[in-house]
Design a protein around this ligand. Structure first.
Ligand code: SF4
Length: 169
């Protein structure tokens, strides 16, 4: 019977991949970001378009969830009113750690054109934000880019390091 022997040293090296636990965990986390389905105003239309077949978030492992308990990314898409701020904070608190926030559009970033008594002048006053995405409204491509920037950020993190609470404005 023929014997097939592989000479690893002669042919393309030893078939072992060396990596760190950090890299492995962060690779998994960054490639399975599940955003909370959470649109607040017109920016949410662009967010929905990003999830559609043309832009196809699924290929990044990014699948929108309907529950904060299954989500690790909150995309604030639209104007946050003071009436709604309490619910936004509660949903953020219900998400398991580790979790990240993308603020999508000028309204979420700064209140946008709504410099009024009823509008939160930046969602970072109630929850910590990781990525600010400018524009009114940002296109789905830019939301995809923001997600890729977030993936890069996650891959650089220490998986087991206790991070201090993120600062609010
Ligand atoms: S930034 Fe522009 S598109 Fe987005 S919620 Fe505000 S007004 Fe609407």
């Amino acid at each position: 019977m023929a014997r097939h022997e592989v000479n690893y040293l002669k042919n393309s090296g030893i078939p072992i991949a060396l990596t760190t636990i950090d890299s492995l965990l962060n690779w998994g986390r960054s490639n399975s970001l599940w955003p909370l389905t959470y649109g607040l105003a017109c920016c949410a239309i662009e967010m929905m378009a990003a999830g559609g077949s043309r832009f196809d978030f699924d290929r990044f492992g990014t699948i929108f969830r309907a529950s904060p308990r299954q989500s690790d990314v909150m995309i604030i898409a639209g104007t946050v009113t003071k009436k709604h701020a309490e619910f936004t904070r509660r949903l953020y608190d219900q998400m398991p750690e580790p979790k990240w926030v993308i603020s999508m559009g000028s309204c979420a970033n700064t209140g946008g054109m709504f410099n009024t008594y009823a509008t939160v002048q930046g969602v970072d006053r109630i929850i910590p934000v990781d990525i600010y995405l400018p524009g009114c409204a940002p296109r789905p491509e830019t939301l995809q880019y923001a997600l890729m920037v977030l993936q890069k950020k996650i891959r650089k993190q220490k998986a087991f390091k206790k991070t201090p609470p993120k600062r609010l404005v």
